[in-house]
Design a protein around this ligand. Structure first.
Ligand code: ATP
Length: 583
């Protein structure tokens, strides 16, 4: 029998209520009866005050006096007893089983109830034990980890260097001990998703040739109280039994969330217990056992400071998005086993994949290969890669386009033309590699792939440009179709524009009026948030919107040309857009 959480709760509730009622009935049944001796009973019979007797085979008899008092006495089990009673005008009720039915039912119910509750408790314990046992499944096979080396990771040179030092440390901890050097207890890898953090951890274990224990912070968010903490203890026990090893905790933020303010807790009580268990285990290392704890997070800013203190995750390594050279290496790495056609220029692909993570690049090459395989083409060509590029970014092209009205097509064309034209007009460094009005399965009406310049820092002007590019879709709609005909198509643009504006003025201190205050800090510390941040964002967005509209109106001829060409061809490449703008 399988119960899900809700039914289990319901069953426990019903059984508990039944149990309480039957225990009550059982106790109550016996409580109403006054226990008297047999001698007293005979006396009462003789006195003529007994009204009825229930005869059974049981050791006790029950009866009622004429005044209603119920009593219980020893059963003489003698012959002619019934006749004796009848002769004294006493009503005799024979109860072989009948009279006991109520009692027995409540007794049976009680037993059944106790049984069910015991079963459920046992089942839960078993589940919990099973959960504990599943700890043994978390050990990642050495064979798979063993194949991954630092050479399988492109880019991330600093992170690799940092971890390579640890390889030596794990292999020969005594060497370091002689110099009094303490091995870092914990290393935190932080950076955006898909940048190779897990890969680095695996490479460390395999290069040091030690077992790799991988868990995810979210595995510890358990419904059973105390299980998270015991899982942590179990994990470390296992690692210590094996001697040297690498323990990898992915998504550590799931269990080590920052506790905000004095009163409120970022994590749950259970989360805190688990976190404390982790910290205790880490403090328990002697330091030179050759065990390294690696953790990964996408959000270092949300981590509890307790985790980052000395002796804990005191070495922090950033694993960032790859730059153009790293992207080129990653693309080459993931093309190693793929038949690439001569026309494939991976450097060009690297140039056009700004902000792609390693995982996304791997996905791009995999999609390209799948596309070629599906078509049974001999090699992967640039065309496959271009198509895969769009799939990875915006989802597959929607197959059925017949249902799109001419009007919708027109609106999308002007909207996308607005984005593209704005990107081109605002900075000569902005690239627009493709504009399309082909709807995607991700729900987008069309898209304009604007590639910002590949730089470490963004200037205030870059951010404002990006905000204006985002607003240009809505602005173009308004210019062409009028204020009342603007559409819902701009919602995600507005979301992006708002986010960028708030970050610009609230996080980067780029607004003279609001000054250098970082409002994330203000909010995180529950300080007064009654500030003009919102008002100022609204004001700025309005200014940017008016400016955007002005630029589009001044370039109306280009806007029309791009939109018309889009309606005709549905998608345009960068060269075609440049041609229109040069005319
Ligand atoms: P998350 O934060 O989402 O857990 P992660 O940073 O741990 O992500 P990985 O799981 O290590 O990312 O990477 C996912 C996949 O992306 C890898 O298996 C690999 O194929 C590819 N990849 C990511 N970064 C790189 C890289 N620098 N070099 C080669 N491949 C990479």
């Amino acid at each position: 029998m399988k119960f899900n959480g809700k039914t289990k709760l319901l069953v426990v509730l019903v059984v508990s209520i039944g149990l309480i009622i039957s225990i009550y009935l059982y106790i109550d049944n016996n409580r109403e009866y006054e226990e008297i001796s047999y001698k007293e009973f005979v006396y009462r019979v003789e006195k003529g005050i007994v009204e009825e007797i229930r005869i059974t085979d049981a050791a006790k008899l029950r009866g009622k006096l004429k005044n209603g008092t119920k009593f219980i006495t020893d059963n003489p089990r003698r012959d002619n007893f019934k006749e004796y009673l009848l002769l004294h005008n006493i009503k005799v009720i024979e109860e072989d089983s009948n009279g006991l039915v109520g009692q027995s039912i409540s007794f049976i119910l009680m037993l059944a109830g106790i049984g069910t509750v015991a079963y459920l408790i046992k089942r839960n314990t078993k589940l919990a034990e099973k959960e504990m046992a599943s700890m043994s499944n978390i050990v990642t096979e050495n064979s798979t980890v063993g194949q991954i080396t630092f050479d399988d990771i492109a880019g991330n040179e600093e992170a690799k260097e940092s971890l390579k030092e640890l390889v030596d440390f794990i292999k020969d901890p005594e060497k370091y001990a002689q110099y009094g050097a303490r091995m870092p207890r914990g290393v935190l890898l932080y950076g955006p998703p898909g940048t190779g953090k897990t890969l680095l951890a695996k490479a460390l274990a395999s290069e040091a040739n030690v077992p790799f224990y991988a868990v995810s912070g979210s595995d510890f968010v358990q419904i059973y109280a105390g299980l998270g903490a015991s899982r942590i203890r179990e994990l470390f026990k296992k690692a210590k039994e094996n001697g040297k090893s690498v323990i990898f905790i992915d998504e550590i933020d799931a269990l080590g969330k920052k506790r905000k303010g004095a009163n409120s807790h970022g994590g749950s009580e259970e989360g805190d217990r688990t976190l404390n268990a982790l910290l205790t285990e880490m403090s328990g290392f002697k330091g030179n056992e050759g065990i390294i704890v690696l953790a990964a997070t996408n959000r270092i800013d949300t981590l509890d400071e307790a985790l980052l203190r000395a002796g804990r995750f005191d070495r922090q390594i950033e694993v960032g998005l790859p730059d153009v050279n790293a992207r080129f290496s990653i693309l080459k790495l993931h093309s190693r086993n793929k038949p690439l056609a001569k026309d494939v220029d991976l450097r060009k692909v690297a140039l056009e994949t700004v902000y792609f993570s390693g995982a996304k690049l791997e996905n791009l090459m995999n999609e390209s290969a799948m596309m070629a395989a599906r078509k049974r083409d001999k090699q992967i060509t640039m065309e496959h890669i271009n198509k895969a590029y769009i799939n990875v970014l915006v989802g597959e092209e929607k197959k059925d386009r017949s249902s799109i009205s001419i009007r919708d097509k027109e609106i999308t064309a002007y909207h996308e033309a607005g984005h593209a034209l704005m990107a081109k007009k605002l900075s000569k460094f902005n690239r627009v590699t493709k504009v399309s009005i082909i709807p995607s399965t991700k729900g987008m009406g069309g898209f304009s792939l604007n590639i910002p310049p590949d730089r470490i820092y963004q200037t205030k002007r870059d951010i404002i440009n990006n905000i204006m590019i985002a607003l240009a879709g809505r602005a173009a709609e308004e210019i062409i179709f009028g204020k009342d005909n603007i559409t819902t198509g701009a919602s995600s643009d507005l979301q992006k524009a708002t986010e960028m504006t708030l970050a610009m003025i609230g996080s980067y201190g780029m607004d003279e009026e609001l000054g250098l205050v970082n409002y994330d800090v203000v909010l995180n510390n529950n300080l007064n948030t009654d500030i003009s941040l919102m008002e100022r964002a609204k004001e700025l967005l309005e200014e940017f919107y008016i400016e955007t509209k002005g630029i589009l109106i001044d370039n109306r001829n280009y806007l029309d040309s791009i939109a018309h060409k889009l309606i005709e061809k549905e998608s345009l490449e960068e060269e075609e857009i440049n041609k229109i703008l040069a005319s």
